[in-house]
Design a protein around this ligand. Structure first.
Ligand code: PMP
Length: 359
């Protein structure tokens, strides 16, 4: 069996032990004689999986009874629309912090439903900067303040929760969810596509606080798009295989030591890569140092030919999926929870050798 050093931004590498467990259980799920994806989503087996996933997620984040955990479909992109649809209308406003492509997409959707106050926009400066609280502006009337905790494309990340102007935070945490602890009291809603830090594509985790839900807009919302439909009961068929995989990843996170373990390891992995980048100016980080992401490490070299050579030579060493997002180019190493320290070490060694040969 061959396993490469996989730096994919998403769908991203998963823990080997999780994949093996899924493989082992696939044909005959715990003596049921059927696979977990061949039985009813109301079966006792799947019900247990779903409930376990909710319990484990809450345990990992220290979330209390006031939080609902939902496993929805449609990706984080659907949540751009659904969050705005549930809480905005023509009379209401929300603050949005624009720190990258995904924030901008969230803003575009919100404008279909209500007014958007842009608290900050990094667009003019090429999205290389995460604002400090003093750079943010708010409207008093805002129903929520939306931010993207980690900007997958540009390689920036909020160090901690931004100020919110007194409104609950709504967060797109797609690319750093469960990589570090959260100050949950500040949030009303958190959503994350699973395919980076959490499991396979196909499920979007949504956490919503009861008191925030009460601030839903009064106008009707289509059934499937209404959060209350999903907090009340398991409304329709969930993406059972994806939720099953997420449950295994959550089990793995707990076994490893929970959030505090990953916080430490993720910091170490990122530090070793940035350390290599900062040795001289052969590699150049693309964003301000204080704004750097611990999840997506982005950098460039002198010219595109050299970057191409870097990618080809890296692939020969089984270091794959290092190409930057097509909209920005350059190199991007995505090092989510499941990216092993050994893979990061192999990349650092390769970078050092590549510099020696081509510097
Ligand atoms: N938000 C962020 C921060 C992302 O990185 C992505 C995907 N790369 C999305 C939203 C969109 O997610 P999806 O493809 O699940 O709709």
């Amino acid at each position: 069996m061959k396993r490469v050093h996989n730096f994919s931004a998403g769908p991203a590498t998963l823990p080997l032990s999780v994949l093996m467990k899924a493989q082992e259980e696939l044909l005959d799920y715990r003596d049921s004689g059927a696979s977990i994806i061949e039985m009813s989503h109301r079966s006792p087996q799947y019900t247990e999986v779903n409930e376990q996933a909710v319990t484990r997620l809450k345990k990992i984040l220290g979330a209390g009874d006031e939080w609902h955990v939902l496993f929805l479909q449609g990706g984080a992109s659907s949540q751009f629309m659904m969050s705005a649809h549930n809480f905005l209308n023509s009379e209401r406003t929300a603050n949005y912090i624009d720190t990258g492509t995904w924030s901008a997409k969230a803003i575009k959707e919100a404008k279909h439903y209500g007014s958007v106050h842009t608290s900050f926009s990094g667009k003019e400066s090429g999205y290389t900067h995460i604002p400090s609280n003093s750079e943010l502006t708010f409207t008093d009337e805002s129903v929520y303040t939306h931010f993207t905790s980690n900007n997958t494309i540009f390689g920036t990340q909020f160090r901690s929760e931004p100020a919110s102007g007194g409104a609950p935070l709504v967060c797109d945490a797609s690319s750093d969810f469960l990589s570090r602890s959260l100050d949950l009291d500040k949030y009303g809603l958190i959503y994350a596509g699973a395919q980076k830090n959490l499991g396979p594509a196909g499920v979007t985790v949504v956490m919503i606080r009861t008191s925030f839900l009460e601030r839903q807009r009064p106008e009707a919302i289509p059934t499937i798009l209404n959060y209350k439909t999903h907090t009340a009961k398991l409304f329709n068929t969930p993406p059972v295989f994806a939720v099953y995989m997420v449950n295994l990843v959550l089990e793995w996170i707990i076994e490893k030591g929970g959030i505090s373990y990953f916080e430490k390891i993720n910091r170490q992995k990122a530090d070793s890569l940035y350390g290599e980048i900062d040795k001289d100016d052969f590699y150049r980080g693309t964003v301000e140092k204080e704004s750097r992401s611990l999840m997506n490490v982005t950098f460039r070299m002198d010219n595109e030919d050299l970057e191409k050579l870097f990618l080809t030579e890296a692939a020969k060493e089984d270091l794959v999926a290092l190409k930057g997002h097509r909209s920005v180019g350059g190199i991007r190493a995505s090092i989510y929870n499941a990216c092993p320290t050994e893979s990061v070490q192999a990349l650092v060694e390769f970078m050092s050798e590549f510099r020696k040969k081509n510097g």
